[in-house]
Design a protein around this ligand. Structure first.
Ligand code: SF4
Length: 238
């Protein structure tokens, strides 16, 4: 049966399913997508806690599943080290970045443009070069104001399916999974970060909003880099 893009009562699932039911649901979604797309199902690994869960779930479905990591020159050293360790363990994860020249401190003056160049552009390239038919993300609808309008199975770009298999998980359930299954995480979480990004744009806060520490002091505060909101399926010369 073909995987179906449909509108589901996501908020209802957040509150009605328990932890074990959510794990089963997420595994079922990945399994169904793998049956349809095979190795053209590819995981986007941000190296954050949510991606760690999704990667672990995906590997339970098939050890063959591939993934990609988008990195930038501004990632904290801890994240860079964690990336090297992760790729050493899983060489089927490919790393993409945009290392071309950009204006100094673009993240301060034009953060949207900076993210477009350093994050969205390499994501488009990863999708084109890896011949992705369906990409898998760690996006959750409980993360903050910018993440409430998503579905578990989406087609925001024509011909490119996006699977958000842990969309209905709470932050607590992410940590529950990581603890129960002994999944390693970025050591920055031990310092108090709740959402990780590039060093100049990420701070520790006590705000209840999980993404409140992102892009503080800019119009993008608590917002998005663009990989979940910008078109990804554009003409790309490989
Ligand atoms: S998170 Fe900040 S430094 Fe990283 S790409 Fe976006 S604006 Fe640039």
């Amino acid at each position: 049966m073909a995987i179906c893009v449909a509108s589901v009562d996501v908020r209802g699932l957040v509150d009605s399913l328990n932890f074990a039911e959510k794990v089963d649901r997420s595994l079922g979604l990945i399994r169904e997508a793998y049956e349809e797309f095979g190795e053209r199902l590819v995981v986007a690994d941000s190296l954050g806690k949510d991606s760690c869960v999704v990667w672990d779930l995906a590997k339970q479905v098939s050890a063959k599943l591939r993934g990609f990591i988008i990195t930038t020159r501004f990632k904290p050293p801890e994240t860079k080290r964690f990336m090297v360790e992760t790729v050493r363990r899983y060489p089927e994860l490919r790393v993409f970045s945009n290392d071309s020249g950009i204006p100094d401190r673009l993240y301060g003056t034009h953060p949207d443009q900076c993210c477009e160049l350093l994050k969205v552009e390499p994501t488009r390239r990863a999708i084109a070069e890896m011949d992705v038919a369906c990409w898998v993300t760690g996006l959750r609808c409980t993360e903050g104001r910018t993440r409430t309008d998503f579905q578990e199975i989406e087609e925001r770009d024509e011909g490119l399916i996006k699977l958000n298999p842990i969309l209905v998980w709470h932050e607590r359930e992410v940590w529950q999974y990581l603890a129960l299954y002994g999944v390693p995480v970025n050591p920055l979480y031990a310092q108090g970060y709740r959402s990780l990004g590039c060093a100049p744009c990420t701070q520790i806060t006590s705000d209840p909003n999980e993404r409140a520490g992102r892009w503080i002091g800019t119009s993008k505060c608590g917002g998005e880099c663009g990989i979940h909101t910008r078109p990804l399926q554009v003409e790309y010369q490989i």
